[in-house]
Design a binder for this molecule. Sequence first.
Ligand SMILES: C[S@@+](CC[C@H](N)C(=O)[O-])C[C@H]1O[C@@H](n2cnc3c(N)ncnc32)[C@H](O)[C@@H]1O
Length: 253
Amino acid sequence: MIEPVYIIGAGPGDPDLITVKGRNLLLKADVVLYANSLIPDSMLQFCRADAEIIPTASKSLEEILAIMLDRVRSHKLVVRLHDGDPSLYGAIQEQIVALTEAEIPFEIVPGVSAFQLAAARLQVELTIPELVQTIILTRISGRTQVPDKEELSSLAAHQASLCLYLSTHHVDNVQTKLMEHYPADTTVAICYRLGWEEEKILTVPLTEMALTTHRENLTRTTLFVISPALNRIEQRVKERSQLYSPHYNRLFR
Ligand SMILES: C[S@@+](CC[C@H](N)C(=O)[O-])C[C@H]1O[C@@H](n2cnc3c(N)ncnc32)[C@H](O)[C@@H]1O
C-alpha cells in the first residue's frame, strides 16, 4: 500500500511553531522536500539523521514532482514542507493536481501563517469589536496577477485589518493605493522574517510605509499589516503612561 504524501505547514520560521502533528511526521519521514528560501534550516532539527533532505528553491515543479512520485512509489514516507500555512500562496494546487492524476493519496497538515505570528508579536487582536471585524489576506499583483475584482484599492476601501503578502517590491504603489482609503495616520507593521533569528518589526504611520521599507532594505520575506487595531497599541501606551502619571486619579491604578 502506498503511504500518503504529507504536505505540511512549517509555520513562519520558529521551530517551536510547527504543529505537533507536523513535527511527528518530520521525525518519521524518509524524505523531506522543503522550500529552503522560506524555511530556516533550524526546522530540519526534527528530521532523522538518515532522512533524505532535498531543498527545492532551485527546482522546477516537474523536478519536485518527479522526486516525490519516485520516492512515494518506493514506499518511502515523503514530506513536502512549506512555510507558514500551505493554503496561502503555497503553490500546492499544482501538486494536488499532479498527485491526484498519479493516484497518490496525500494529506495536508496546516501551519501557522505569517500574519498570525505578526499579530502575536504585536500583541494585538486584529478583530476589535466596533472597530474592525474583518481580516483581509492579500497581495498586490507581481509576477502573479491578482484578479481585477480583488484590486488592492477596492479591498482597502473596507479599512479592514489588511495583511499583505508578497508585496515588498511594489511598496510605493501599495502605499499610494492604501492612502486612497485608510487615514494617513493608520499604523502599519512592517514585519521582516518573523520567527527567524533576524526578525525585525517596525511600526510606522502609513505615510512612512514605503520610505521605511526602502531605508531598511526589506526586499524579501516581509509581511505588512495595516489595521486600525494597530493604532490601539499607541493608545495603550499613552493610556498606560497616563495611568501612572502623578496627575492621574490613583483610584484607577
Ligand atoms: C510564498 S508566500 C507564503 C506564505 C505562507 N504560506 C504563510 O502562510 O505565511 C511568502 C510570503 O509570505 C510572507 N511571509 C512568509 N513567512 C514570513 C515570515 N516569517 N515573516 C514575514 N513574512 C513572511 C512574506 O510576505 C513572503 O513574501
